[in-house]
Design a protein around this ligand. Structure first.
Ligand code: UGA
Length: 431
């Protein structure tokens, strides 16, 4: 197939790379010239394991190229995949301007019977409206095909998804199932456009609900002296509940869950059925990232001059993405309270530097951040932090060697043995 991918963020870049590997002829389009230059030379402007290699291979095979959407260039494609951003507006609605821009470009540059595959997350009802208001005088086919890729595992998730969801005219969705996804061995759910749009939002609301639920349970565990690790395992052994997404910690971040839960909450209010559940999920999540601040404030009477090592800046391991990362709020609050913040992340130092206040020191190694600090906050569970030589670090940190393990990643018993003051999330610390 000849495929044009419009918008080269995480989803678009992964789509372009993987589809070119499957033998499709792929052109990736983006308005950002620096991004086009980077991709064209085979380098990836963000960190996603395995993606650079795949991009290089695609370019070398001749199946993959990148271009600016310049007027005058000729593009051939039977399928156009839209992967542009759909950010939240200040009033709570979703900004669809990039989606409109992409559709206008497709109408001008691609041939009349191109199938438009929308992968950008758009509020339920959008596809039907676009077909009514933007595509009514065209022969373009329109399908909504949500993505369920996790950053850091995007290639694996593309190649081995739990399901493929396609919403649209059954003749078009069946064809896409057997062309675009011919190599993927996964069940397909073919449905109407609005239901497919709703599936994306419902999935991105349900998973955060699990996270906020387990965090709520963790906070109760702390008060009653129970251990959330065992509680999560114990409830997860019920196959109706399952083990996934029951890791207590500082809550969810990233470019998807925070944005999509807020967008669905807003949409439900606009539609007159405001969602008390979603509002609570969001509130619990906002509160959760304040735990280390509260813990440090009760440990140290004042945080003025307290040296705090902040381990992890990315919103989760295996990514350099710091969007809505709990660590950023924690760093800013610590600075406001007068603490000296020494942060470290294996991959997100540059992305974080661009947005953190200058007062936050960003160190080159975890040890540099930890040595000479009174306290440490583990905000992202990078494997590197679990493997640190904690026995050596114990002698190099200052009393009271306070460790707030915001992801329950460290071995509590070992750290206590080594003389650290340890606090996890829901590991019975406040009983
Ligand atoms: C999420 C979904 O998992 C993908 O299916 C979806 O495609 C994507 O959003 C999207 O809509 O584009 P992602 O944001 O990459 O993917 O991250 P996840 O791995 O799902 O983690 C999200 C957040 O939840 C992280 O901050 C993580 O630390 C947190 N989390 C996850 C927990 O706090 N506890 C858990 O048990 C699991």
């Amino acid at each position: 197939m000849q495929i044009t991918v419009v918008g080269l963020g995480y989803v678009g870049a992964v789509a372009a790379a993987v589809l070119s590997r499957s033998g499709h002829d792929v052109t990736g389009i983006d308005t950002d010239a620096a991004k086009i230059d980077a991709f064209s030379s085979g380098s990836c402007p963000f960190y996603e394991p395995g993606l650079s290699d795949l991009l290089e291979a695609g370019i070398a095979s001749g199946n993959l190229r990148f271009a600016l959407p310049s007027v005058g260039t000729t593009f051939n494609a039977d399928t156009a995949i839209i992967c542009v951003g759909t950010p939240t507006q200040a009033y709570g609605g979703t900004d669809l301007s990039q989606v409109y821009g992409a559709l206008d470009w497709i109408k001008m540059h691609l041939h009349a019977r191109t199938t438009v595959v929308m992968k950008s997350t758009v509020p339920p009802g959008t596809g039907e409206r676009l077909m009514r208001e933007e595509l009514q005088d065209t022969d373009l086919q329109y399908v909504f095909n949500p993505e369920f890729l996790r950053e850091g595992r995007a290639l694996e998730d593309w190649l081995h998804p739990d399901r493929i969801v396609l919403g649209g005219d059954p003749r078009v969705t069946e064809t896409l199932r057997s062309t675009l996804y011919s190599e993927i061995d996964a069940p397909a759910l073919l449905t109407d456009i609005t239901s497919a749009e709703m599936i994306k939002y419902a999935a991105n609301a349900f998973l955060p609900t699990k996270i906020s639920f387990i965090n709520e349970m963790a906070n109760i565990c702390d008060r009653v002296g129970a251990c959330i690790d065992d509680v999560a395992r114990g409830i997860g052994m019920d196959s109706r509940i399952g083990q996934a997404f029951l890791k207590a910690g500082l809550g969810y971040g990233g470019s998807c869950f925070p944005k999509d839960t807020r967008a669905l909450e807003f949409l439900s209010s606009v539609k007159g059925c405001s969602s008390a559940l979603l509002s609570a999920v969001i509130e619990v999540n906002n509160r959760q990232r304040l735990l280390p601040i509260q813990a440090l404030q009760s440990q140290f009477t004042s945080l003025k001059g307290v040296k705090v090592a902040l381990l992890g800046l990315a919103f989760k391991p295996e990514t350099d993405d710091v969007r809505e990362a709990p660590a950023l709020d924690i760093a800013r609050l610590l600075v406001e309270l007068g603490a000296e913040v020494r942060a470290y992340d294996p991959k997100a130092r540059e992305t974080a530097r661009r947005i953190l206040p200058d007062a936050v020191q960003i160190k080159k190694t975890a040890q540099e951040a930890l040595h000479g600090s009174h306290a440490a906050i583990l905000a992202t569970e990078w494997e590197e932090f679990v493997r640190l030589p904690w026995s050596d670090i114990a002698g190099k940190m200052l009393e009271p060697r306070y460790v707030f393990d915001g992801r329950n990643a460290l071995d509590r018993a070992i750290l206590l043995d080594l003389g650290f003051t340890y606090r996890g999330v829901g590991r019975g610390s406040l009983g």
